[in-house]
Design a protein around this ligand. Sequence first.
Ligand code: FMN
Length: 355
Amino acid sequence: MSYNTFGRVFRFTTWGESHGPALGAVVDGCPPGIALSEADIQPWLDRRRPGQSRFTTQRREPDQVRILSGVFEGRTTGTPISLMIENVDQRSKDYSEVALAYRPGHADYAYDAKYGFRDYRGGGRSSARETAARVAAGAVARLVVPQVRVRAWVEAIGGDAVDPATFDDAAIDANPFFCPDPTAAARWEEKVDAARKAGSSLGAVVVCEATGVPAGWGAPLYAKLDSELAAACMSINAVKGVEIGDGFAAAALSGEQNADAMRPGADGPAFLANHAGGIAGGIATGQPIRVRVAFKPTSSILTPVPTVTREGSATEIATKGRHDPCVGIRGVPVVEAMVALVLADQALLHRAQCG
Ligand SMILES: Cc1cc2nc3c(=O)[nH]c(=O)nc-3n(C[C@H](O)[C@H](O)[C@H](O)COP(=O)(O)O)c2cc1C
């Protein structure tokens, strides 16, 4: 009943809180014999690490991962892989006001309503520190499906989108926004700076594409690949929308506009478009899988917002402490991890049923 586990065959469980001594993931169901060391995981964690630019939270966490189990002589043994990341830069006193009053838009009130008791330090379990554990687990998932490339980027910040015509894959890791368009990245510097200085925050859209997924992965109906991906991405903190392929825009198209027309190709059908985002009937078509994810603006902001105290009296809250001015930026490696985790699971499920 506690829902800290995701996946069917390739499963992972995350544990830990923002200001506890450590957090981590237990990955279960990983096939044996896969070469795995901390060096395979660390580069992905480094992409998510806080404090790397003025456009993210200034919390300084090295996010060094340790593998505690499930690996022997450099290879997975098929037993649970336990991954641990220590928290070293907690400042719990920054959260004294959060102990007394609820941040609108954050999980404070909802956690109190459900559990009647909450670890308010840094948001406790609702903090996106937890997503470091997902990224670590996602790095293992990538090794299960080495033929798949999972790549995400930020498409828009605060409603200001990249120009798709200038998409440059090499630019994504060359600026602090995971932005594929250097011109947009320059605009976003000013935009995010202005929001931060104003004590405000901005939302973002992240796009993720998985290439190399063979036709056939996925399942019909109750575990459609679409719904698995949507559940995975919706489970990320601050995500409020997920689209597969053209998503909501498909509802404005006619049948012939939306059709991914086919022609005979060298190796199965050649598709002339990809409105479906690489999935039909819940099953991969072999086209790139495309997911769009909407991140809301950070709720912890310095601008005072009307709220209530735990006792129910009216007050205002201005959230101090160190926060991401736009959580969607550091959401990029998290979206990639969740997509990789779903695809590793689907690869094993497909093998189990279809050989
Ligand atoms: C990478 C990442 C970093 C985040 N950083 C912050 C932050 O610094 N401050 C904050 O208030 N929320 C932050 N969030 C969002 C909260 O964790 C989230 O809004 C909160 O748990 C409530 O959950 P919900 O927005 O999914 O309803 C972050 C989310 C992600 C994905």
